[in-house]
Design a binder for this molecule. Structure first.
Ligand code: GTP
Length: 235
């Protein structure tokens, strides 16, 4: 196994499947099965999921809502998605723990780094909810921060596209995919991988990122086994 401990970042929108809102149970189960496949290999798995399928702070701000208020609502949305993933995984017999950056004792544990690491060592999938617990930070940043804290060897960003391209492949048919790319090149070329806060955190802490297509069955397992899937961003 190439990666012993990983942090998987999923977008909330991905959970919608073909629906316009909320959680598509079929998609949820597909993702849970993909996660189980690496859990069964003995990989230590932490997960951060966004909340955009339920609430988007930035759009609410455009509609006149206070940004901070909107961001907190977005954080709560990530807890809902985290609970959904937790339930789906446990339905498949995968042991999990959910920790939230905002305390909600009745629902889950509070985020405690040392406890999270212990859970991973004991073979539990750890899901981190409520982002960083602070407004103005994205779930990509939360994912990066948690990945660094738990000393994950890589952050796996599951998306709808199969990697990073020289240009937008949906608009430019000459666009080609990078197999690997340096952090500096991503900066210099202005390519979008994550927001700059998240991206800089990865770079400064030497945390590689793999951007890959989460909707393709087997990708996740192939990555942890060391196959070249998606695009690897490294120092
Ligand atoms: P170890 O003691 O390391 O084996 O971990 P553990 O998670 O099994 O022990 P613990 O007794 O802390 O937790 C037992 C169960 O209670 C687990 O499902 C936890 O997720 C859950 N739990 C622990 N703390 C909290 C909390 O503050 N709130 C909620 N809602 N659940 C909690």
């Amino acid at each position: 196994m190439k990666y012993k401990r990983i942090l998987l970042k999923l977008s909330g929108e991905a959970l919608m499947g073909n629906k316009g809102f909320g959680i598509d149970q079929e998609r949820l189960l597909e993702y849970a099965n993909e996660i189980k496949s690496i859990y069964d290999e003995g990989c230590e798995v932490a997960i951060v999921i966004g909340g955009g399928n339920i609430f988007r702070g930035i759009q609410a701000e455009k509609g006149g809502m206070d940004r901070v208020h909107g961001d907190y609502m977005g954080m709560l949305a990530t807890v809902i998605n985290s609970m959904a993933i937790q339930s789906a995984l446990e339905g498949l017999g995968v042991s999990t723990r959910l920790q939230s950056a905002i305390k909600m004792e009745q629902i889950c544990e509070p985020f405690i780094r040392r406890k999270a690491v212990r859970h991973l060592e004991k073979g539990r999938v750890v899901i981190f909810g409520a982002g960083t617990g602070n407004p103005y930070f994205t779930t990509d940043t939360a994912a990066t921060l948690r990945a660094i804290e738990i000393e994950a060897s890589v952050i796996l960003k599951g998306t709808r596209v199969d990697g990073i391209y020289t240009a937008d492949p949906e608009k430019d048919n000459t666009a080609t995919k990078y197999e690997t790319i340096k952090f500096k090149e991503v900066y210099d070329k202005g390519l979008e991988v994550m927001d700059m806060t998240a991206f800089t955190l990865c770079k400064e802490n030497n945390l590689p990122i793999i951007v890959f297509d989460m909707n393709k069955k087997g990708n996740l397992k192939n990555i942890i086994l060391g196959h070249k899937i998606g695009t690897l961003v490294e120092v």
